[in-house]
Design a protein around this ligand. Sequence first.
Ligand SMILES: *Cc1c(COP(=O)(O)O)cnc(C)c1O
Length: 367
Amino acid sequence: MIPFLDLGAAYRELQGEIDAAVSRVLASGYYILGPEVDAFETDYAAYCDARHAIGVANGLDALHLTLCAMGVGPGDEVIVPSNTYIATWLAVSQCGAVPVPVEPDPATHNIDPARIEAAITPRTKVILPVHLYGQPADMDPILAIARKHGLRVLEDGAQAHGARYKGKRLGAHGDAVAWSFYPGKNLGALGDGGAVTTDDDALADRLRVLRNYGSRVKYVNEVQGYNSRLDPLQAAVLRVKLAHLDAWNARRAALARIYLDGLRDTGLVLPHVPDWAEPAWHLFVVGHPQRDALQRRLAETGIDCLIHYPIPPHKQQAYADAQFGADAFPLASRMAGEVLSLPIGPQLSAQAAEQVVAAVAEAVLSR
Ligand SMILES: *Cc1c(COP(=O)(O)O)cnc(C)c1O
C-alpha cells in the first residue's frame, strides 16, 4: 500500500521534539496567544523574508481577515482563479464582496495574467492569485496590472510554504500572503492554524486587532473584530516543523524529479515548471483524459491518488446563486475532469515513488 500522504509518519519522525514543545506549552500556563505565538510569528516572518507574520486560526480566516483589513466589503469585487480550492472564493464572499473568476494558464494551472485585465471593473479592489499545488504564480505581471489599476494583491500561499519566485521566497511579493497550516500542508500543524505575512506595517497592525475581538488593549474594542487566534500549542508544533521545512521540501523535490523523469514518455500531462519558479511541490498533479480509469487502476495496485479538485467552485451548489452558465470557465471545468494527484510527501520513499512510476506507466501504456 502506498498512501497519498502519511501524517502519522511525519509526527513520528519528530515525536521527541514535538512532544517536548507541547509539554512546554502545557506547563507554561499560557493558552491563548502569548510567547509561543510571538516566537512563531518572528520565526515565520524571517523564514518568509517578510516584516510581519500574524498568526490566525486557519487559512480561510487568514484570507478573510486580510481582505477585511484591506477594506473589502459589500459591492466590491475580488479577482480569483476559476480553479482553486473553494476557500479562496469563500473568503471574498464572507466580506460581502463578489469573487470574479479568471481562468488559469493551462500549462501552469495558475491564474493567467493575460486574462486579468478583462475582468477588472470599477468595483475591483484586490487581485487574489493562488500558488496552486505549490507552484508560484507569475507575480511580476500581476503586480504590474495591480499598480496600473490601483489594486491591492493578496496571495493565497496555503499550498506553497517555502516556494520561491525569481529567487525570493514567497511572503511579501504582493501586499500580503495568506497561509494555512492545515495538517496536510507543507508546513502543517496538528490541528487548524493559519497566518498572514506582509511588509505593510498598517495592514499588520489591523490584522492583529481584527484577529482578537478588534482589541489591542484588553476590554477596549476599536472595531467589530473576530476570534481568530493561532493556538499556542499549534504555534509550538509549527516552530518545530518550520526548522525542518526546507529539508522536507527538498525530499518532495527529489520525488518530483523521479516522477518527472520516470513519466516523461508516458503521454501524461506533467507539471510545467517555469525557469523562474522553485515550487514547494505540495502536490504532484498529472493530467489524463481517462483520469477516472487511471485512478481506479492505481487504486487496485494499492496506490492512493487524490483529485484536486473534482468540482470547481463555480459548479458548487454553494455558488448556485451566482448563476454561472453551463459553459462558464471551460478550462477550470476541463482540468477538474483530467487532473490526478500522485502520492507525494516528505515521508514517501524514493523506492515507493519508483513503484508509482512503474504502476502509472503500466496503466497508461497498456491501454
Ligand atoms: C488549504 C487551503 C486553504 C484553506 O486553509 P484552511 O486552513 O483549511 O482554512 C485556502 N486556500 C487553499 C488554496 C488551500 O489549499
